[in-house]
Design a protein around this ligand. Sequence first.
Ligand SMILES: Cc1ncc(COP(=O)(O)O)c(C=O)c1O
Length: 406
Amino acid sequence: MTSTHLNYETLRDIFRDRRLPLAFVDLDAFDRNADFAASLALSSRKTLRIGSKSLRCLPLMERLLAHPSGVFRGFLTFTLEETDYLSSQGHNDFVVAYPSVQAVDMDILARLTLEGRTISLMVDHPQHLEVLDKTGRDFGVVICACLDIDMSYRPLGSDRLHLGLRRSPIRTPQQALDLARRAQDCSHVRIDAVMGYEGHIAGTNDDLPGEELKSAFLRVLKNASVKELTHRRTAVIHSLQAEGIKLRLVNGGGSGSLVSTLSDPSVTEATIGSGLYAPGLFHHFKEVKYTPSAFFALQVVRIPKEGMLTCAGGGYIASGPTDASKAPYPVLPGGMRYLDLEGAGEVQTPLLMPPDAAQIKLGDPLFFQHAKAGELCERFNELYLIQGGAIVDKVKTYRGAGYCFL
Ligand SMILES: Cc1ncc(COP(=O)(O)O)c(C=O)c1O
């Protein structure tokens, strides 16, 4: 079950008479997560880059930039169009975390660079460099690039057992140097940043309730991987620096790896996104604890039989390997369960209810969390913001602002 200080009756009263479905963020929990991440960054004297894909709501990202600690700096964005949007809203300091080679994106990248924005696009292949170099020549500008280093774990030393994401093919200091040298041969490209994202550490729960043995095993594996990747990331940075390459930043990590990422001496900043909403897949880390803050509410529209309620909509399935963990997490009232044959559906979601939920009537809300963070915002135009048990604001998601970037 999701831990939230909110209870069913309070939430039902807060949203009484509002149109359902709706989504909301509990600012008390959001701020607590921001404070927690900020305290880790402050104690390591590093900064936090906002992982925009995991928030997808500009007012909430601006809330982070205004955090009194001052540690939230810059955006790790997910497309160039999105970066353009953030720039048009007066923001700066971008690392675009995923490569692109298409012409419309290159036009944006060149224009933002010409406008004086600080922006680096992810590269991990000679062809990426060629496209950036041509763009730079066409527009008469030097384009900045961020070198993506694969941080996954290969305990057998070969590709046969690859624990982690399939992002960059660049793993070793020599491979990083080879690509950096190719960039040096390009007159209009400059590598000014490095990212080594340990997604398998940042996104794998390792403190699962009722699964102590599995969790302990995962922690052993994660610890071994952190040791190896920290060593390798540091070696990559040293070899680039020895080549005379000046880096404005070395980015790593994500919500679930903040402690280990921030303690890597080669890293200058860590990314945080999901931990601020703490969706269903971000509840059970040993080293970091986040409080669920982003939820959605569905309307009860049917009572197929005693002990069962059916909501309108609700099939907001998350991306990734398609297993049961990608369905929304029923939160309040506690003890709700999906039907095996129906699950969370496109137009209706039936739920087996706990006995003490008998007083719930047609028209009442049931509360859920999305399994992942930013994807919730692709389903809703607005997020209600609640604080101290009351609605204090309503803000637009990217979707509500008229954008769908990926
Ligand atoms: C490149 C990169 N860095 C960092 C993150 C971590 O973000 P979060 O804090 O949302 O886990 C992600 C998420 O997928 C990512 O793709």
